[in-house]
Design a protein around this ligand. Structure first.
Ligand SMILES: [Zn+2]
Length: 256
């Protein structure tokens, strides 16, 4: 079986457009639909016909182009069961643990409530790909709009069990700000220091930081590391639960 191909391009202000393409069948999925013109241009540039949209959550900057793309390509729209009423044009709804087939590749749905109540991530175990949208960012996590911190912490733990070599595609280029914040929480982490320097350099050249890797996130993303003794010492929270430490880190980022 041939490898899936991925095309990444900027949409709106700081969203990513992501197209997932199977060279054997020609099927192409747009991960979310942030901007019609940018997605159409990317598909035309590659000569790909969009057959699917994999929606992660209901926010406007992720579903805005659903209906226009469906009208243009006749594509099928998949999305989260727990917020399916808010997904324009949805054809099939999926919940935690559901699996479906995309061009012979298994896709596993992981529910990750937090940013929104019904947010889902799409995991392709054979290709080691995770489309995490606004749940897990490079060095960050999504803001808590619809669920408490405890739910998001639980969601991130579900992602953390995926293999370290999993490539993580996320919804926004927030990485530079996330890196600067991460250093305030975990200043003595040498791996994080090195990564922050790389990110400063990449962004200075206008380059994107997507994708990241699950193993790297577990080593450097403070939202994945509330159990870390140095972080706990730094926050004066050595005897608190992981959930409480996570909530404190999220609160500090909101005010960063
Ligand atoms: Zn969102």
């Amino acid at each position: 079986m041939q490898q899936l191909e991925i095309e990444i391009f900027p949409c709106r202000t700081d969203n990513f457009g992501v197209l997932l393409h199977c060279p054997e069948t020609g099927e192409t999925a747009s991960i979310d639909a942030p901007e019609y013109g940018a997605i159409l241009a990317a598909a035309e540039r590659r000569g790909w016909r969009i057959t699917h949209i994999f929606t992660t959550h209901h926010h406007g900057d992720h579903v805005e182009a659903n209906l226009a793309l469906k009208e243009h390509f006749g594509c099928e729209i998949y999305g989260p069961r727990n917020e399916s009423v808010a997904i324009p044009g949805i054809d099939r709804a999926f919940g935690d643990g559901d699996r479906f087939d995309f061009s012979g590749h298994a896709v596993e749905v992981i529910e990750t409530p937090g940013h929104t109540a019904g947010h889902i991530c799409y995991h392709l175990p054979d290709s080691k790909l995770l489309f995490a949208a606004d749940t897990l960012f490079a060095l960050g996590c999504g803001r808590l709009f619809e669920r408490p911190a405890a739910d998001m912490w639980h969601s991130l733990q579900k992602l953390a069990v995926l293999p370290d070599e999993t490539a993580v595609y996320f919804g926004h280029e927030y990485t530079l700000s996330n890196a600067r914040f991460a250093l305030t929480i975990d200043p003595d982490n040498a791996r994080l220091q090195a990564r922050a320097a790389e990110i400063e350099a990449l962004r200075a050249e206008g380059k994107f930081t997507i994708p990241t890797m699950m193993g790297l996130e577990k080593e450097t993303n403070p939202f994945m590391r509330p159990a870390d003794p140095a972080i706990r010492r730094n926050l004066l929270m050595e005897s608190r639960t992981n959930e409480e430490v996570f909530a404190e880190i999220r609160k500090r980022k909101d005010n960063f």
